[in-house]
Ligand binder design. Structure first.
Ligand code: NI
Length: 179
């Protein structure tokens, strides 16, 4: 178990398209997921995608089952390990909301996302997962899956007047990614 270094925006490895996992339930995959869980927990992340630790595979994790201290006003999201995810918007409705990213430390922006989605994929053993989500849960899933397509949230920002430093936008918020 290791807390891995999180790549920061500007690193070309964050811009790659990640290939699908083809073999489930392997020792390497389990070790990757353990490292990702440790790394996300150490950073109080709402989620983490494998490319953020330099592993170019369609693996994302998100949620803890508890309120995240970096997003204290949002509802808890169930702890999920999701491989080869597919996202389908349930309708055309978008919603803007605040996002941060462990690869873009110390910043937040208002980002448009689908309000309601269905997402599917597999767990680490290869068992199918299929859920619907809305609100912050939907937002986090879309944000993490974007990492698998080489997209970081600043690439989704439309209104740059709502993009800034967390310490200025939300003074007092416990965001340990400011450094
Ligand atoms: Ni991110």
């Amino acid at each position: 178990m290791t807390v891995r270094e999180i790549l920061k925006m500007g690193d070309e490895r964050l811009l790659r398209i990640a290939p699908a996992v083809t073999e489930f339930d392997t020792p390497e995959l389990h070790a990757l997921v353990v490292d990702m869980l440790e790394t996300m927990a150490a950073a109080n992340g709402a989620g983490l995608a494998a490319p953020q630790i330099g592993v170019n595979l369609q693996v994302v994790i998100f949620g803890s089952g508890e309120v995240n201290p970096r997003y204290p006003l949002e509802l808890p999201i169930p702890r999920t390990i999701l491989l080869n995810p597919v996202i389908t918007p349930l309708d055309g409705e978008e919603q803007v909301g605040w996002e941060g990213c462990l690869s873009v430390p110390g910043m937040r922006a208002m980002v448009p996302r689908w309000q309601r989605i269905r997402y599917s994929g597999f767990d680490v053993q290869g068992r199918a997962i299929a859920r619907t989500a809305d609100g912050f849960h939907s937002r986090v899933v879309q944000h993490e899956c974007d990492h698998l397509m080489g997209k970081l949230y600043p690439m989704r920002v439309r209104d740059f007047s709502q993009f800034g430093f967390t310490s200025v936008l939300f003074p007092g918020l416990d965001d340990n990614t400011d450094d």
